[in-house]
Design a protein around this ligand. Structure first.
Ligand code: B1M
Length: 219
């Protein structure tokens, strides 16, 4: 039953069908499917396939945009349930989150924001194409514990390094920890730019953020 549902979800993204994606997301909630499973096993499989096709030149940008729109409409339906499932009152820490300068990919970053806020983090989402100066200013303004920089393009990964350097220069680091993520981000890149950690998905990001604030609290 779920396997067929996941398969239909994947296909709704590949077809760039936002209404079908939204109704499948609703069906998943009605059936009690974990919204993160719906994303990881269903919808995200579709957007990954579409991205591969695009990379091979077998899909054009307007079609990829339609796939992204379908993905966003599914996530919008699943979001309230993700927040509800994780909802807790205690504040674990504050995180300033954004996508690196020049990068407008925000589906993954928005998922990270949802999961972190559902599990007790206060999230200050600066949106997309954020300059290092804005990351630093917001981190200072809200007295952040963490700064999270997402980057999906190999070219904008340099923006993650620029944010970390700006945090160093501002004197906010090492107290404020910098975490990074995005499809092409590796442990090697994270070490090279001296990030405090990297995560491959939303659950990894939650574990990492929890570990970093706990370590800072114990120090
Ligand atoms: Co673009 N795009 N795109 N795109 N796009 C990629 C990234 C690409 C790999 C596709 C490909 O060619 N195969 C390629 C990059 C190649 C490269 O640099 N190596 C690419 C390109 C080239 C481009 C354009 C340049 C295309 C063009 O204009 N010619 C252009 C760039 C625009 C810009 O940013 N300046 C562009 C545009 C777009 C759309 C607008 C059409 C759309 C984005 C819509 C939106 O985000 N609102 C889009 C999409 C959808 C993709 C793919 C297909 C899917 C990305 C996505 O949403 N995945 C992508 C291919 C791919 O990644 N397989 C691709 C689903 C999401 C849930 O996963 O974002 O990986 P993800 O996030 C994950 C993890 O990475 C991690 O957790 C998330 C949740 O699990 N994570 C973090 C992410 N951020 C994190 C931060 C953390 C921790 C973990 O801590 C802070």
């Amino acid at each position: 039953m779920s396997q067929q549902l996941f398969q239909d979800m994947r296909q709704s993204i590949i077809d760039g069908a936002p209404e079908r994606a939204a109704s499948l997301a609703q069906a998943a909630l009605t059936d009690g499917v974990d919204p993160l499973d719906a994303i990881n096993q269903g919808f995200a499989a579709g957007i990954t396939f579409a991205g591969d096709q695009f990379g091979k030149g077998e899909m054009f940008l307007p079609d990829l945009l339609a796939c992204a729109e379908a993905m966003q409409s599914a996530v919008k339906i699943l979001e309230p349930e993700m927040l509800k499932r994780g909802s807790q009152r205690e504040t674990l820490g504050k995180i300033v989150l954004g996508t690196a300068k020049g990068d407008i990919h925000d589906i993954g970053k928005n998922l990270i924001a949802t999961i972190l806020s559902a599990h007790g983090f206060q999230v200050f989402d600066l949106g997309t194409s954020v300059t290092p100066e804005r990351f630093v200013a917001k981190a200072r303004e809200v007295d952040a514990d963490l700064v999270g920089i997402s980057a999906l393009l190999t070219t904008t990964m340099a923006g993650q390094k620029a944010v970390i350097e700006a945090l160093d220069q501002s004197g906010l680091r090492p107290r404020v920890k910098a975490i990074i993520g995005g499809a092409a981000v590796t442990a090697k890149w994270a070490a090279e730019i001296r990030a405090d950690g990297h995560a491959r998905n939303a659950i990894d990001a939650l574990d990492l953020a929890r570990r970093l604030v706990a370590k800072a609290g114990a120090a």
